[in-house]
Design a protein around this ligand. Structure first.
Ligand code: CA
Length: 152
């Protein structure tokens, strides 16, 4: 993948769980694994792959993406190594926010702006006649006047 450095993870034979943190901008990944015993069979994410050859490209969800690497040696013993690719782990599902006075048609989230740790969310359909900050949220007498919600 151009512009995104590849990560190298050294698998230990007896350690079966690995976690790699990836940046938000990395939207896909391929995994290349090399088996220690050349006669061993390898699957990555369920598909057979030659040792040392890249897997098919896989798109990455925000948060955790689990890829199993299964090695079967010549006598049929199988080991599964679980690779968890965490895309934008630090910001994915950091918090859940909604309007303090939800209303159908308010279009909460129509516009958003982020500065540091302060998030402004616009709802152009909200209908309170309040002006200024922290007005009467129960009012709906000025349809479509709009509102901005601040999360900090
Ligand atoms: Ca409303």
């Amino acid at each position: 993948m151009s512009g995104v450095p590849s990560s190298v993870v050294e698998l230990e034979p007896d350690v079966f769980e690995y976690v790699v943190d990836l940046p938000l901008l990395q939207q896909s990944a391929t995994v290349t694994a090399t088996v220690a015993t050349p006669a061993s069979a390898l699957t990555i994410d369920g598909a057979p792959v030659q040792s040392g050859a890249p897997s098919a490209s896989r798109s990455l969800n925000l948060g955790e993406n689990i890829i199993d690497i299964v090695v079967t040696n010549p006598v049929g013993e199988r080991r599964t190594y679980r690779l968890t690719l965490r895309r934008a782990h630090q910001i994915a599902q950091y918090s859940y926010g909604k309007a303090s006075n939800t209303g159908a048609g308010d279009s909460f989230g129509w516009s958003v702006a982020l500065s540091g740790d302060t998030l402004a969310v616009g709802a152009h359909g909200e209908g309170s006649a309040a002006t200024g900050v922290n007005g009467n949220q129960a009012d709906d007498s000025a349809g479509g006047s709009g509102a901005v919600y601040i999360f900090h």
